[in-house]
Design a protein around this ligand. Structure first.
Ligand SMILES: CC(C)(COP(=O)(O)OP(=O)(O)OC[C@H]1O[C@@H](n2cnc3c(N)ncnc32)[C@H](O)[C@@H]1OP(=O)(O)O)[C@@H](O)C(=O)NCCC(=O)NCCS
Length: 167
């Protein structure tokens, strides 16, 4: 399996993969695939990585700039992230996340934040604490990973294209 940056030929496949992966999820609202397109248009798609196996796209992750009200340095939001249903729980999501985080670290990023379940993102290295908020969302779902050993504090604001994805 290869993790590589998206190319123009992947764009439709990424949207379809994302929409199909989120469709059965209680928090899926049908906007996830389109949000990646919008981030690309907005210039907010900092990193878009695909997992390719046997010539097929089986996973994708997007990273975009995020703001944290009391944090310093460059923070990024991770998501949407999707792995094709028949290839989930095989470590592909973790490989996508870790490759993206390694590339962000190379760019000097302070860290990465996301909204998600600890059962999925805890094993990838993300944590949550009471210092990070996103509106009225349960703080357990507001997770981060620091790339410079400084934990963030404050209210998280994601790229405009992602605001409508909030659960
Ligand atoms: C979330 C998703 C990208 C994870 O990708 P993946 O390749 O299955 O993830 P990994 O195999 O690397 O697993 C990472 C951890 O998450 C856990 N995990 C994965 N799917 C899970 C699920 N549905 N429920 C609970 N835990 C889950 C794995 O068990 C693993 O933890 P472990 O190391 O303790 O076993 C994938 O399940 C997916 O596409 N889901 C549908 C779309 C979605 O919900 N995206 C995220 C929205 S927040």
């Amino acid at each position: 399996m290869l993790i590589r940056p998206e190319t123009d030929r992947d764009i439709n496949l990424i949207r379809a993969l994302t929409d199909v992966a989120f469709a059965p999820m209680p928090y899926g609202d049908g906007t996830e695939g389109a949000s990646i397109d919008q981030m690309r248009i907005d210039g907010d798609l900092t990193l878009s990585l695909v997992a390719e196996d046997g010539g097929e796209i089986i996973g994708h992750v997007a990273f975009s700039p995020a703001q944290i009200s009391e944090a310093t340095g460059d923070w990024y939001g991770m998501g949407p992230i999707s792995v094709r249903a028949d290839r989930q729980k095989q470590g592909i999501g973790t490989r996508l996340a870790h490759e993206g985080l390694a590339q962000l670290k190379t760019r000097g990023a302070a860290g990465c934040v996301l909204i998600g379940r600890p059962a999925v993102y805890g094993p990838m290295g993300f944590v949550s604490d009471s210092n990070l908020t996103h509106g009225k969302l349960d703080r357990v779902l507001v997770q981060y990973i620091t790339l410079n050993d400084v934990p963030p504090k404050g209210e998280v604001t994601f790229a405009p294209a992602l605001q409508q994805d909030d659960p």
